[in-house]
Design a protein around this ligand. Sequence first.
Ligand code: AMP
Length: 449
Amino acid sequence: MEIYSTLSRSKENFETINDNRVNLFVCGPTVYDDAHIGHGRTYISFDTIKRYLEYKGYAVFYIQNVTDVDDKIINRSKESGIPADELARKFEKRYREDMHKLNVDGVNLFARATDHMPEIIDQIQRLIDKGFAYETEDGVYFEIDTFEEFGKLSNRNVEELESHREIAETTKKNQQDFALWKKREGVDEPTWPSPWGDGRPGWHIEDTAITEYYFGEQYDVHGGGLDLIFPHHEAEITQMEAVSGKSPMVRYWLHTGFLNVNGEKMSKSLHNFITIRELLESYEPDTFRFFVLSTHYRSPIDFSKDSLHQSERSLDRIRKYYEQLDVEVTEEVNSDYEVLAKWGNEFFDSMDDDFNTPKAIAAIFGLINDSKNELYNLSEEDKIAIKSFLDDASHILGVSFELQDVNAGSDDLLGLISEVRSELRAKKQYDLSDKIRDNLQALGYDIND
Ligand code: AMP
């Protein structure tokens, strides 16, 4: 299996540090608002990557951090009057609900920044002791000049390091030095005690403190969206390799492309976003998942309702074919059906080639096109083998191939409508209640009062 790593800018053979174990870390959300479908794109991609690694027999331990202390959370808390911790918990809960709806359930551990203050403080202290960091009157900073390899992930240089997400800093030795700890004495904001006074951590340190604690100094795979390569992931490498003296901190750096709208990244700040919740009011989660996986995880996706509808139709084609197989998979069968062998191999070769899901999905359509006219001629074994392959593909992609019951939920809806109608009748609003009855009858429902 080959995986593209941003660090080497090439596809590399996948070799883990410990046998069949994979330690996977992906930067999680900053929980100050609902997640949008751009976030959904990134997390669906990593969920599918984890599913495939597991399918290949790896035991994957997948951690996501949750940034629950940050300027954005504090600002939103001040605007809304909701305490920062309450706000963060609320949106963390909603984020996890959204992920569950998208069938993104692979994270083994959500690690909150605020639950790892001792580890964060300890790592900062070791950076100071080793001469990589220094304290000033407003914080603790990493001194970039002490780490020669800065820029190796992003191919960018120190001068380009902006102070992302940081308040104006005047006491740094060099403008490029980034914050490890921000002193906040006597302010009306969440703070934690530390050897450098009350304050809170900088943005980058929570991730390396968390991964060092759970995985150790070096691990297998680190993921995130393209926007995080610089400065965030660059800073992570800098901190961790400085403190451990070991390189590489991470073997494979995986970055997802953006979900764009009209060529622009979907983001909160550009106000061009659709939340996952909004999307799922009108579309099945599987449709969005299938839509995301129809593009390679490193490529940009242009979001439009038209392309989402196209995905809906494509998924429907797979489901209708799957339904036609009309067999049950009870045990492994032997089949030498060549069409299946060809497209089955193509599916797995594509997944082995840097998780190429669009090619893998194309292989499913290859199988459908080449076999649909001869299904009635195939033996029971061949059909079971096809179905078993599709079950594996469905599990890897995290998308159901069962025809969906379009009436699911309609009983609840009918119950609700008839309750409303009874209330209208009780209030003698017969115009409205009769209108509902007439419309329901026109739709074929029998109404007896
Ligand atoms: P944030 O909470 O903004 O730090 O984002 C959480 C994750 O979602 C990061 O890995 C981002 O790179 C990713 N992300 C944010 N916006 C998009 C987008 N439009 N397309 C794909 N990934 C995104």
